[in-house]
Write a protein that binds this ligand. Structure first.
Ligand code: MF3
Ligand code: CO
Length: 258
């Protein structure tokens, strides 16, 4: 999400809520798995959104992004220098070697899950692009490892930052992870750089979306003219991974998984 100040701290979820979010998160992962399988150079980005809408409907879920703050589709598809929130278009054709970020949200039994992954189209990825994608995924894994009851948001941020910096990547700062559940974007904000032992404390039962965004260049981004797509200022390529996770007594449980 674009960093803003809201006032709704994510609620401690009941067992019933958690079950619903697990079901929704499984639908989300199933849809992204299908898109990943079908992704190929020559497709347009609207085809991916249409497939996502159809598959989610057949699974019994509702899209969480469509109409959110006026967002016009069910899926965000962000290619290369587009970091996040790319709007699907029939005129946008995916090419061999493109980095394609797929970001999807599901509303199920009144609760939202949010997840994303970056993929490289075709079979001729550059070494740098492969490393960017792998390191961003690794940053998400490290950030999730830092989650537990009593951990602070800065612990998550520092874990993501350490991995991204080790790989010499730009760390996007204007966008952050967030609490999620009753609404798509709740408190706390979860940045991808920061210091251990700072920020709000996590409690078991909270549900949060962690979403590192990294670039092969600098960290500056700008908003495209469509009012949604966030792009790197220097034109460098970027990657984005996101899971919705449940904070537990001694760790985290990933909800957006099949
Ligand atoms: N994972 C994205 C975020 O938290 C979801 C954006 S949905 C949109 O920013 F509708 F705002 F595009
Ligand atoms: Co999100």
């Amino acid at each position: 999400m674009v960093e803003t100040h809201t006032s709704r701290m994510t609620r401690i979820k009941s067992d019933v809520d958690i079950r619903a979010m697990k079901e929704g998160g499984r639908m989300l992962a199933t849809v992204l798995d299908q898109l990943e399988k079908n992704l190929a150079p020559g497709m347009n980005t609207k085809e991916l959104a249409n497939q996502a809408a159809k598959e989610l409907k057949s699974l019994g879920g509702k899209p969480a992004f469509l109409g959110y703050e006026g967002y016009p589709d069910v899926l965000c598809v962000s290619v290369n220098d587009e970091v996040v929130h790319g709007i699907p278009k029939t005129s946008k054709i995916i090419k061999e070697g493109d980095i394609v970020g797929l970001d999807f949200g599901v509303l199920h039994k009144g609760l939202i899950t949010d997840g994303a992954r970056s993929l490289i189209a075709g079979s001729s990825a550059s070494k740098a692009d492969k490393q960017l994608v792998a390191a961003t995924k690794q940053a998400l894994d490290a950030a999730i490892d830092a989650v537990r009851d009593g951990a602070r948001v800065g612990d998550i941020a520092a874990a993501a930052q350490a991995v991204l910096e080790k790989h010499g990547l730009g760390i996007v700062r204007d966008l952050v992870g967030h609490g999620v559940g009753d609404h798509l974007h709740e408190e706390p904000n979860i940045p991808n750089f920061g210091s251990k032992n700072t920020g709000p404390m996590l409690k078991a039962g909270m549900t949060i979306a962690i979403e590192p965004m990294a670039t092969l260049g600098g960290y500056h981004v700008f908003m495209a003219e469509d009012g949604w797509t966030v792009c790197t200022r220097d034109g460098s390529r970027s990657a984005h991974f996101e899971h919705t996770v449940l904070v537990t007594r001694d760790g985290a449980e990933i909800l957006t998984t099949a």
